[in-house]
Design a protein around this ligand. Structure first.
Ligand code: HGY
Ligand code: MN
Ligand code: MN
Length: 412
């Protein structure tokens, strides 16, 4: 039987979920564990329950919805996240969750009951933008962080993660680490330019690059902007600015695929006539090569030491996230590639520049991802867009990959 998703239903759900936390410019903002996140979660849980799935919430707020199979046993799992960054589009994460739901609904509507149970999940705080690290919920699900430690994480707004989870009503009873799936496959927008630039429709994702997030705080001397001679200054603002320039120079010197980003930079008191006595910045370093990522961290640390010595300011560092590069299961990568070709789509193997929940599930079971193109390679931006044709193609590849995994022992 040639099963196919109901693309109109998928598109309308993406639009409806995208209206929650809408930012008025085509995007949406649903930072983890905010009221907007709760509203988005509630909508997706309603759709899951309407489909008759067994919906459970675990101790870190991950939601797992299961459709039984002909036999009992570990489910074939799909999913992603429904939290977004502040300048989010409507596809990042949401596509993987809603396409997963669409796959289960398509099979149910066609009266197809696969051998294995199938599950669609959304994981808490994938973005890590409010509560670092990113992929927090799937990290706890996979046993990479204890629940109590996660509860005590403090957000950029000073909120405690455990309190926020309880406040929005998603502090569930299902224990973590979670059940080990038979396999996990995540559909996601590429969020980069590669597929579009090469005219491909599907990405068979080979893995995820290494990620290093740190917060650096400089302590200088608040002083008068007019009366303080330059030689007398201990300007934490100037130190932070130099660190941002050094991060960019580091990426240039190491060359692609090294990337470096200073996304957050705060000076205190942030007034026109006061030399900043305190500053804080975040540095996001990533590389597909673990050794090169470590080299980038070493060089960044040395630059920060040089800058603080030259300016006579103190420095404090805090690691916010650190994940080595991850390779996905070759059998799943191959299945994605084969399925894409069988549907007549041009397909490319590529690593993911962004972090994903799949990299955490890969610690516990065979995992892989399906990418679809991002227009202009843009993401974490309200202009994020993937064409309906590409969304439908990705969802149908996900459908057939999951169905194969639910019926056959392709992993044996
Ligand atoms: O930061 C990331 O790569 C992802 O968006 N959490
Ligand atoms: Mn994402
Ligand atoms: Mn994201």
């Amino acid at each position: 039987m040639d099963l196919a998703v109901d693309a109109a239903r998928l598109l309308s759900r993406l639009e409806e979920l995208g209206r929650i936390g809408a930012t008025g410019d085509g995007g949406c903002a649903r930072l983890a564990l905010t009221d907007e996140d709760r509203e988005g979660r509630d909508l997706v849980v309603t759709w899951m329950r309407d489909l008759g799935l067994d919906v459970q919430v675990d101790a870190i707020g991950n939601v797992v919805a299961v459709r039984e199979g002909r036999e009992a046993g570990p489910p074939v799992m799909c999913g992603s996240h429904v939290d977004t960054v502040a300048t989010g589009g409507i596809y990042d994460g949401n596509l993987g969750v809603l396409a997963g739901l669409e796959v289960l609904e398509t099979l149910a509507s066609a009266g197809v009951l696969p051998r294995r149970p199938m599950a669609v999940a959304f994981f808490t705080d994938e973005e890590g933008a409010r509560f670092a690290p990113d992929m927090l919920g799937s990290l706890v699900y996979a046993g990479g962080m204890g629940v109590e430690e996660a509860y005590d994480l403090v957000g950029i707004d000073g909120a405690r993660l455990g309190d926020e989870l309880a406040r929005i009503g998603y502090l569930g009873s299902l224990p973590c680490p979670g059940l080990v799936p038979h396999a996990y496959v995540e559909l996601h927008i590429e969020q980069g330019p590669v597929l579009e630039a090469n005219g491909e429709v599907i990405g068979a994702v080979t893995g995820v690059q290494g990620i290093s997030w740190q917060e650096v705080r400089f302590g200088g001397q608040f002083n008068h902007a007019g009366t303080t001679p330059m030689a007398y200054r201990h300007d934490a603002g100037f130190a932070a600015a130099q660190a941002a320039v050094a991060a960019r120079a580091l990426a240039r010197d190491l060359g692609p695929p090294q990337v470096a980003t200073v996304g957050k930079l705060d000076l205190r008191p942030g007034l026109v006539n006061v030399v900043a006595g305190a500053s804080a910045l975040t540095i996001d370093l990533r590389n597909t090569d673990g050794d090169m990522l470590a080299e980038a961290e070493r060089r960044m640390a040395a630059e920060i030491d040089r800058i603080s010595g030259d300016e006579g300011v103190t420095v404090e560092r805090r690691q916010l996230a650190r994940f080595d590069p991850v390779e996905f299961d070759e059998r799943i990568v191959g299945l994605v590639e084969e399925t894409a070709r069988a549907h007549g789509h041009r397909v490319r193997r590529l690593p993911s520049g962004a972090g994903h929940d799949a990299q955490m599930l890969a610690r516990r079971c065979p995992a892989g991802m399906v990418f679809v193109p991002s227009a202009g390679g843009i993401s974490h931006n309200p202009a994020e867009f993937t064409s309906p044709e590409h969304l439908e193609a990705g969802a149908n590849v996900l459908l057939h990959v999951l169905h194969r995994l639910a019926e056959e022992d392709v992993l044996s």
